[in-house]
Design a protein around this ligand. Structure first.
Ligand SMILES: Nc1ncnc2c1ncn2[C@@H]1O[C@H](COP(=O)(O)OP(=O)(O)OP(=O)(O)O)[C@@H](O)[C@H]1O
Ligand SMILES: [Mg+2]
Length: 264
């Protein structure tokens, strides 16, 4: 399993008028192998940009990003990306969508079938295997997207607000599913979200980005509490009522609020 390292990473975009716009400045961050790190920050603080650089979809203007010790220069099969909008192929069935990445990797038919059946079962999609994305609810579509990412067995999962388009109840179910999945198949995960509760519930560590330019404000460690209180084996509503959970949530809220209203 690989780690992700951001070393002095900066990103500057040039606007149409030719002005330089610093979006991220001097980010040092390591996501350890098998660690789940969530990133929160105000809109425009560069969360998506950070993830896109790990995915190899954007290049840093300063510093470097390494995955498993190798400098990222483009997308690769060791990294899977899940976006808010499910990005499924509408003309393929659920089964074909999940198999897609494996096919691209040249997996044999037999291997594709084994992997697809496994993830259909894990994500509770057996009955939907032969349906098309348009015949599925948003939650089910995002399950397919998750199944497709896990099926290629990437070392690293990069998720950009994957549950952002779901209604509150479906979102909760998906958060529980993701915890279950990460317990069974730990991966190195970089998870972007707007939702503080989601970050606390899912992550080992939560990174808070500050704004203008985007930079690392603080890292809040959730892992020890999660382990001590066995959060991963408890239902989400129970975890969210624990004093330790509300304490961490409040701490993160304050850090974020300070970004949005400096001086508070
Ligand atoms: N290709 C681009 N060209 C120019 N500017 C860009 C480009 N991509 C992003 N930006 C700018 O970089 C800043 C950070 O964008 P980014 O999408 O990374 O923020 P974000 O934290 O993901 O925001 P949100 O929470 O709204 O998704 C924004 O000001 C955005 O306008
Ligand atoms: Mg974004």
């Amino acid at each position: 399993m690989k780690d992700i390292r951001f070393d002095g990473v900066g990103k500057t975009f040039t606007t149409r008028g030719g002005a330089a716009c610093v979006v991220l400045h001097d980010i040092d961050l390591t996501v350890q192998a098998r660690e789940f790190v969530a990133v929160v920050g105000p809109s425009g603080s560069g969360k998506t940009t950070l993830l896109r650089m790990a995915a190899g979809l954007d290049q840093p203007s300063a510093g470097e990003v390494r995955v498993g010790g190798r400098r990222v220069t483009g997308p690769g099969p060791d990294r899977a990306v899940v976006f808010q909008h499910f990005a499924l192929f509408p003309w393929k069935t659920v089964r074909q969508n999940i198999a897609f990445g494996l096919r691209c990797q040249g997996a044999s038919r037999a291997r594709q079938t084994v992997a697809v059946d496994r993830y259909l079962a894990l994500m509770g999609l057996d009955d939907a295997a032969d349906r098309y994305p348009s015949q599925l609810s948003g939650g089910m579509q995002q399950r397919v997207a998750l199944a497709r990412s896990y099926a290629i067995e990437p070392d690293v999962l990069l998720m950009d607000e994957p549950f952002g388009a779901l209604d509150a109840q479906t979102r909760t179910v998906m958060q529980e599913e993701l915890i279950r999945l990460s317990r069974q198949e730990p991966r190195t995960v970089l998870f972007i979200t707007h939702a503080v509760e989601e970050a606390v519930y899912l992550a080992d560590r939560v990174v808070v980005l500050a704004h203008d330019p985007g930079r690392l404000r603080e890292i809040v460690d959730i892992g020890p509490t999660r382990a001590a209180e066995a959060w991963n084996t408890r239902p989400i509503h129970e975890v969210m009522e624990l004093p330790s959970f509300t304490h961490l949530r409040t701490r993160l809220w304050r850090l974020l609020r300070d970004q949005i209203r400096p001086g508070n």
